[in-house]
Design a protein around this ligand. Structure first.
Ligand code: HEC
Ligand code: HEC
Length: 403
């Protein structure tokens, strides 16, 4: 049963829309710009909805479909940071949520939301079993960690904000719901906390999560991840899709002495160019009007470029020297840490983090150790013996808030 067999009129409408889209692409001329847009559009769909076949991990291995359909009502889902896409909800469902006739304390409602493709980053297959809608498979997408919503409908329910890290999401707590995970491992996963994930734990057995970073503002930066492991986004997308999400395909890196193949087909490689194009199209969000003191920010810019010495590493319009060099671990204000995140990476070094849109995603540094931008400025002042006054520290924080 699907829309194609039910509504032939809709199919016709879609066909007309598609031919219109092709015509307008041609009208825009044979420039690469027109082609890039459609590649990015494919990438958007992949970013939001593609699991790369990772149901093999989330369903067959972790049996998350059983937990979700029996124990995860929408209130619980929202409490572990999952978000709901309001644009996927039909008017009747929206009304029902507002007037309380949609039961947010029933796992069946979660299944209904998954059937609507409304839970961001989760992709469910819902089938009738004994006349009842039943979640039979579930997988994850990139949007799970790298999208959130604007809360325009209710807390956790709103319009998608792709590329914005979901710092409410508690991946460790979610994975710990799996009946296939043993008790000591559950304790460890639950300790990670919201907004944190360790993308190397299942590789090296160590546990020291990092903050989930934005997937926006990366155009022109040819060094990806906190440690600059890849020259392009594709490198890391393959890493995550295969080794973390459990997508079907292969990841290999001799620097990490790592070679992982899931399944016998490759559902990852062909999607990477479009996925990368979409991420490169995501701009860092501008600071909201009135969210910072403009006069203080102007003074803070002078501190950033002068006495603070920040611009010696945070260079150019993206505020990073990532294309020129990586830094020894001691250049990170989060070091020394045990185990050192750099020591677990391919480069053993840190990339200077790009700073556009930084107002949007506290806490800061790869381990989230600086709660606010004031904390960041204070930490640099002390650790690098900059001799900044309290006013200069406050001004610098306002400048960072404005980027
Ligand atoms: C379970 C959460 C999770 C999922 C799912 C996930 N990521 Fe990430 N992502 C992370 C974390 C944590 C990092 C930080 C790792 C690092 O930099 O060492 C990261 C890093 C990144 C970066 C690097 C950003 C930068 O500043 O260089 C990009 C780009 C990215 N992810 C895109 C994706 C894409 C595309 C997908 C889907 C294929 C995906 N991620 C799936 C958690 C996740
Ligand atoms: C020697 C090079 C260097 C200098 C100088 C430097 N930074 Fe950094 N900065 C880095 C590196 C490397 C990181 C990544 C650290 C980490 O996450 O472990 C970073 C991270 C940051 C972050 C965290 C970004 C995020 O998304 O979490 C902020 C904010 C920041 N720097 C601001 C500043 C300010 C303000 C100054 C001047 C007072 C400054 N930096 C001076 C190299 C530098």
């Amino acid at each position: 049963m699907n829309a194609t067999t039910e509504v032939p009129g809709l199919v016709l409408a879609v066909a007309v829309l598609l031919s219109g889209a092709v015509a307008s692409t041609h009208a825009a001329g044979p420039s690469t710009r027109g082609r890039d847009t459609s590649l990015a559009a494919q990438g958007k769909h992949i970013f939001r909805y593609d699991t790369f076949g990772d149901e093999a991990k989330w369903t067959d291995l972790l049996r998350m479909h059983e937990v979700i359909r029996t124990a995860v009502d929408p209130v619980t889902a929202l409490s572990v940071g999952l978000k709901v896409d309001v644009d996927a909800l039909p008017p009747a469902v929206r009304r029902g949520i507002l007037d309380g006739t949609v039961d947010l304390r029933s796992p069946a409602t979660t299944v209904a939301l998954l059937k609507l493709d409304a839970v961001i980053g989760l992709k469910g297959t819902v089938e009738k079993v004994n006349g009842r809608d039943t979640l039979t498979r579930v997988g994850t997408t990139c949007a799970l960690c790298h999208s959130t919503v604007d809360d325009s409908f209710a807390d956790g329910i709103g319009k998608r904000l792709d590329g914005w890290p979901n710092r409410d999401l508690d991946p460790g707590k979610i994975i710990a719901l799996s009946p296939a995970v043993q008790e000591p491992e559950k304790l460890l996963l639950r300790a990670w906390g919201p907004g944190m994930y360790d993308p190397r734990h299942n590789i090296d057995g160590l546990s020291k999560p990092v903050v989930i970073p934005p997937a926006y503002g990366l155009a022109g930066i040819h060094s990806i991840t906190f440690t600059g492991d890849g020259a392009d986004i594709k490198y890391w997308n393959r890493y995550v899709a295969v080794t973390q999400m459990g997508g079907l395909g292969t990841f290999e890196d001799s620097r990490l002495k790592l070679s992982v193949t899931n399944g016998t087909v490759d559902l990852v490689s062909s999607k990477l160019p479009a996925l990368q194009a979409y991420q490169l199209s995501l701009l860092a969000p501008a600071a909201p009007a009135g969210s910072f003191d403009a006069a203080a920010a102007a003074r803070g810019k002078a501190v950033f470029e002068g006495a603070g010495q920040c611009a010696s590493c945070h260079t150019g319009s993206t505020f990073t020297d990532a294309n020129a060099r990586l830094h020894p671990p001691e250049d990170s204000m989060a070091e020394p840490e045990f185990p050192s995140y750099a020591s677990r990476s391919a480069t053993k070094r840190y990339r200077t983090t790009p700073l556009r849109g930084i107002w949007q995603h506290p806490p800061y540094f790869h381990d989230g150790s600086a709660r606010t931008l004031e904390d960041v400025a204070r930490t640099y002042n002390a650790r690098r013996s900059l001799g900044l006054t309290d006013e200069q520290v406050a001004d610098l924080a306002q400048y960072l808030q404005s980027l």
